[in-house]
Write a protein that binds this ligand. Sequence first.
Ligand code: AHR
Length: 334
Amino acid sequence: MKISRIFLSIVIFASGLIPLGCAQQPVPFTSQSGSISKDKPEKSYEHLIVGFAQLGAESDWRVANTISIKETAEQLGVELRFLDAQQKQENQIEAVRKLIIQKVDIIGISPIVETGWDEVFQEAKDAGIPIILVDRRAAVPEDLYVSYLGSDFLEEGRKSARIMAELVNGKANIVELVGTIDSAPANDRYTGFREVLKDYPEMQIIDSQSGDFTRARGKEVMAVFLQKHGNKITAVYAHNDDMAVGAIEAIEEYGLTPGVDIKIVSVDATRGAFKAMIAGKLNATVECNPLLGPQFFELALNVVNGKPFPKWVPSIEGIFFPEDASEILPTRKY
Ligand code: AHR
C-alpha cells in the first residue's frame, strides 16, 4: 500500500509536465483532416483565431477548465472566441455553426454527450476547419476530428473500483452517482468501474442514478438512495467530486457519518474534495485534470501549421488520499 502511494505521488507531480509530443506516436496531419495549405505562411499564437465551444459550468472542474482555456489564450496572445452552451447540446451545435461562419482557424469542443455530432463536425470539415475534442470524446468517425486531448475515463473508473475494493476489504453495497447521461466520462467511468468489480463478487452496486455532475443533483439522488436503502448502503461511487460533496451533505442530514459509516470514492481531485478528505468525509479522489489550456493551444498551433501531432493526448493523473490531503491542498489550482 505504502509503495503504491509513493508511486502515485510521483505520477501526481509529473502531471502536466509531459510535453505534448511524448504522449503517443505522432500522426502526421494531412490536408484531408484540416485546413493547412503548403503555401500559407506559418502562424504564430498572435495570429491564431481559435473557437471554443464549452458545454457549460456544471462543476468546479468545468469552471477550472474554462479559466485555464481563457487565461492561456490571453497569455499567448491568441484570439479566442469562447461560447458557453449552458448544458444544452443544441446550443453547443449552434456554437460550432457560429464559429464556422466566423471562419476561425480551428475549433475546440468538449462535447456534452457522445452522440449526435456527425452532421455539424462534417460541416466544419467541409469548411476546412479542424476540430479538436477537448476533455470529452465524441462517437464520430475518426476523420471528423483531428485529435482528442483529455483523460482516460475508463481507467478512472477502474482506479476508483480498485481503491474502493481496498477501502471496503472487497465487500460492499455500493450506490453510484452517475454523471451526465450519454457523456463520455459517465459512460466510461460506469464501464471501467464494473470491469474491476467482476473480480469482487461481494461488492455489489445496489443502485445507480444520474446526478448530472452537479452538487445539487448529487445531494438529491443520494437522499433518495438513503430513503430507499437506508443503512444497507456501505459505499458511494460518485463520478465526480461535486456529486460526492452533495452526497456527503445528504448522508449527514440522514444521520450517518460520511467517510466512516459510508465509504466514498469520487473523481476529479478538486479543492472541494481535498477539503472533504481533510474533514474525514471523503476516502479518496481519482484525479481528472482540467488544466488543459496550455496543451490545447500548443496542439491547435501544430494542427494549423501542419506539424505532426498525436491523435490522442492523454492526461497523466494520480489518486489522492486523506493522509496527504493537508499537505497537497495548498498546491491545488482547482
Ligand atoms: O468531462 C469531465 C467531467 O466533467 C468531470 O469529471 C466533471 O466534474 C465535469 O463536469
